[in-house]
Design a protein around this ligand. Structure first.
Ligand code: 2HA
Ligand code: ZN
Length: 270
């Protein structure tokens, strides 16, 4: 059996959480990440017949029975993952009943997965239907995107169009745009269902006055997706109060579509 502390999926979680903390997005216990793992790869590091303990999830994830995820722990700080992954992360498998998580590794201090597990697993189910290669759901509190939800309409077409105009490459990175949820109580099945529903048409879902969810094939791609939207929000906040002399027009956005062979969300460009 190989040493789990050298597993690429543990290394990537350590590096990604450290990087996100450094970006200032994940204060205290803010943010959470789940990554769908390959069972064969995990079996090189862990005995899949050895369940440390079982933890009820409180919702039905039948579509994910037998699937294994590495997930950040509830109440845990991204800042601390790099030094103590076994306490701050856990590897869970969705049990045969669809409503129980089997702990295979981690949460060493008796802890459990993030309180946002419903939003994560429901979003995994939705994104896997859209893209079988989706592996990552990432939630974080990027400063400028969050600030923007206080001063910009939450209409998702308008929100997206504002960001597409802030940096030339935005429309190339997220042609599907951002969907937006109004403020809701976090950590509930309701916000989980609403988030997953929004994930059918976009890989980015903003939570008004809270943060953002991103989905992608790997941690790098998902981080980059959120990073690009966050950069655009930062530009917006720098210029929103100043007279606008220049912009990127819809005509120019169409030229980017043609050149980079991407298709903007239907009806979101004039
Ligand atoms: O895990 O970010 O939304 C802390 C949060 C909850
Ligand atoms: Zn949050």
């Amino acid at each position: 059996m190989k040493d789990i502390f050298t597993a690429p999926f543990v290394e990537e979680m350590k590096n990604t959480t450290a990087n996100m903390y450094r970006m200032g997005w994940d204060e205290r216990n803010g943010g959470n990440i789940s990554v769908l793992l390959d069972n064969d790869e995990v079996s090189e590091y862990l005995d899949l017949n050895h369940v440390i303990r079982t933890i009820p999830t409180g919702f039905d994830a039948t579509a994910l029975i037998g699937k294994i995820f590495i997930v950040t722990g509830t109440g845990k700080y991204f800042k601390n993952v790099i030094d103590d992954p076994e306490t701050n992360l856990g590897i869970i498998r969705i049990a045969e009943d669809g409503t129980t998580a089997e702990l295979l590794w981690g949460y060493k201090d008796g802890g459990k997965f993030t309180s946002e597990l419903p939003a994560h697993l429901m979003s995994h189910i939705t994104r896997l239907e859209v893209n079988p290669n989706n592996r990552v759901i990432m939630h974080t509190h990027p400063t400028n995107l969050l600030a923007m939800t206080y001063v910009h309409t939450l209409d998702e077409r308008e929100f997206t169009r504002t960001l597409w105009r802030m940096c030339t490459e935005c429309i190339v990175v997220f042609p599907d745009g951002l969907n937006v949820l109004p403020w809701m109580v976090c950590g509930t099945n309701e916000i989980g269902e609403a988030t997953a529903e929004k994930m059918t048409t976009a890989r980015l879902v903003v939570w008004g006055q809270h943060g953002i969810y991103g989905a992608g094939a790997d941690l790098d791609e998902t981080f980059g997706l959120i990073e690009t939207a966050e950069k655009a929000a930062e530009l917006y906040l720098k210029i929103a109060h100043l007279p606008r002399v220049n912009t990127i027009s819809d005509e120019q956005l169409h030229l980017l579509e043609d050149h980079f062979k991407v298709k903007a969300r239907e009806g979101w460009l004039d």
